[in-house]
Write a protein that binds this ligand. Structure first.
Ligand code: CP
Length: 334
């Protein structure tokens, strides 16, 4: 495997093969599998899980890693093509990233959406430009519209808890003080569709996922025997649901317009998950969230601390799933 950028780049069998490998490494650790291998991690945006789970996973496989947070102890890196670099950034990614790649065997990059132009973010323009200057194996640590490591961990979590392959999976918009990127909702709807689930996107008006995102998920669902639809009707969405996956994202009707988005969300305080949301769900319905999450804004303490919540398992599986990716990417020829 040379690149891990999008679950859609892989067949269903390749993804389940990675999950099988993650399970095998959990049962039978291989503490020397990646001895001598180096992973570089570049974070243009903050992280807790992605950073720590990749470093821990690499160490558990016998490899090592370094972390670069541009502008924090290193030069600030310019990402804009054609920029006149007379501002804070001392170095361009077109020089900096190939330099970093030359020091390691694989590189991971986190670069969130620019959040100004939806078409540009949907095209992964910024991440694509960075990927284009790197000749080493590359991992997407979250780009404008994708978070494949989160999705692989979530798929594994669903399998771990024996959630039926064709079960009902509700991805629900929840509250946040400001607009957040579309990467996790876009990746999640695709992951659940690719797994073969009955996927319902529950969101208020103004927060529809982009048509291209829904089309991609519908194509994955068609291939896997599942389905994908959107609704603003909570009762309809959650009836019989086996999973409620909560996520915050910005208004697609006001993309790049913070004031427009803010005016919409002022009336959406009811979009905080409470125990009552599960009244019509299946008895064992699970609560998922990729974290970080704001308590009592997106979800109440009662749900997050209750038996339905599997957020800790999801976070733990970031490490186990990524170890499979690293093993597949780097173990050959050691
Ligand atoms: N879910 C996730 O990617 O967490 P971090 O932003 O903390 O890495």
């Amino acid at each position: 495997m040379h690149r891990f950028l999008d679950l859609a780049d892989f067949s269903r069998e390749e993804i389940t093969g990675l999950i099988d490998l993650a399970n095998r490494l959990e049962r039978h650790p291989e503490p020397h599998a990646l001895a001598g291998r180096i992973l570089g991690l570049v974070f243009f945006n903050p992280s807790l899980r992605t950073l720590a789970s990749f470093q821990a996973g690499m160490a558990r496989l016998g490899g090592t890693s370094f972390v670069i947070t541009p502008g924090q102890g290193t030069w600030q890196l310019e990402t804009r093509l054609g920029a006149v670099m007379n501002g804070a950034a001392a170095e361009h990614v077109r020089e900096g990233l190939p330099v970093l790649a030359s020091y390691c065997d694989a590189l991971g990059i986190r670069a969130f959406a620019e959040g100004r132009d939806l078409a540009r973010d949907l095209a992964e323009t910024q991440f694509g430009a960075m990927a284009g200057v790197i000749d080493k194996p590359l991992i997407n640590l979250e780009s404008a519209m994708n978070h494949p490591c989160q999705s692989l961990a979530d798929w594994k979590t669903l399998d771990d808890l024996e959630v039926p392959r064709h079960g009902k999976f509700v991805l629900s918009w929840v509250q946040h003080p400001r607009a957040l990127p579309l990467a996790v909702p876009a990746a999640t709807v695709h992951m659940a569709a690719m797994r073969g689930m009955e996927v319902v996107v529950l969101r208020p008006e103004g927060y529809s996922l982009p048509p291209a995102t829904m089309d991609k998920a519908r194509a994955a669902a068609a291939a896997a025997g599942g389905s994908v639809r959107e609704t603003a009707d909570r009762d309809d969405a959650l009836a019989g649901a086996q999973v409620l996956y909560a996520k915050e994202w910005g208004s697609t009707a006001h993309y790049g317009d913070a004031e427009g988005d803010a005016s919409l969300r002022t009336s959406l305080g009811g979009w905080c998950v409470t125990p009552e949301w599960f009244d019509r769900a299946a008895a064992g319905c699970k609560f998922m969230h990729c974290l970080p999450v704001r308590r009592n804004v997106a979800v109440t303490d009662a749900v997050l601390d209750g038996p339905r919540s599997i957020v800790q398992r999801e976070a733990y599986n970031r490490m186990t799933a990524q170890m499979a990716v690293l093993h597949r990417m780097l173990s050959h020829g050691v």
